[in-house]
Design a binder for this molecule. Sequence first.
Ligand code: ADP
Ligand code: MG
Length: 310
Amino acid sequence: MNSTTSNNPTSANSTTFPPAPHVLRTASRVTPWRVVHPDEPLGNEVPDGVDSETAESAKGPVRASDSSRDLIIATGLTKAYRRHKTAVPVLTGVDFAAERGKITAIIGQSGSGKSTLLHLLGTLDRPDSGEIIFDGGRIDSLPTRQQDRFRNRQLGMIFQFYHLLPELTLLENVLTPAMISYGAFQYWRNGREIRERAKHLIELVGLSHRMKHRPRELSGGEMQRTAIARALVTNPSLLLADEPTGNLDHETGASILRLLRQLNEEHGLTIVMVTHDESIAGQCDALVRLKGGKVERLETQFWDAIPSSI
Ligand code: ADP
Ligand code: MG
């Protein structure tokens, strides 16, 4: 594969990439959301065709979930970690739903259980109680092998510290989940197609000129874009992102969010993102906060007041 080498090693980090396909809202200095009171009606969030009784029972800190609208739904999740002989509760009854084709942000103080929740949603860990439904099917109680298959086929994940393999090139890193997911034989048979997809994704995240570089030769933003391409190589329907901009400066973080928004809008990717960056959370389609082991639904209130340039 030909790769062009930029004279400027930081050029791919420029804030002009990727070109924003939509108007982005920028940070408000005021916290751009408010907590939705548990007794507050859902208003126009109640889906069409839902009768008033159902709508009434849907009042609560989290809107009523609906398998046709929501790709992943968690109900009554609890999780405690054992420390010495005592159980330390982290999640104490989390209800959560992420709508198909939307970006849902999870915020909350450090230690509030955001990563724990994301791990449960991604079947990397099991809840003590409660259930998780993905695309209409229960996933938290599946046998381990089926959970592995579920993750390989349906999920992409990105993390704050990228977790790239240092000895592999960018292209090889992106190919890794495909090799695992398809197995040696399938990968050998469909290798060309898979490599084309990987290259296409690398182009999409703006790193064609870095294809043969190793992680140590990439900037933080480039490493995160590589991780995004890697997460998408198996064509997942859900991307789970744990503080994807947490280790990046504001501008680079904003460019990563633009990229995620582009993938969401152009490819219908559903994204659940943990972030502690208020300006990033304020740009997502839905917002929840983990507090006291539970989730509260937040509503943005300053959408229209937020300037459109970033
Ligand atoms: P957040 O991502 O919101 O910062 P985490 O989900 O990582 O929070 O952690 C929530 C709490 O659970 C913290 O108090 C953390 O120390 C604890 N915790 C997380 N993972 C483990 C683990 N594997 N074993 C024991 N305690 C854990
Ligand atoms: Mg965390």
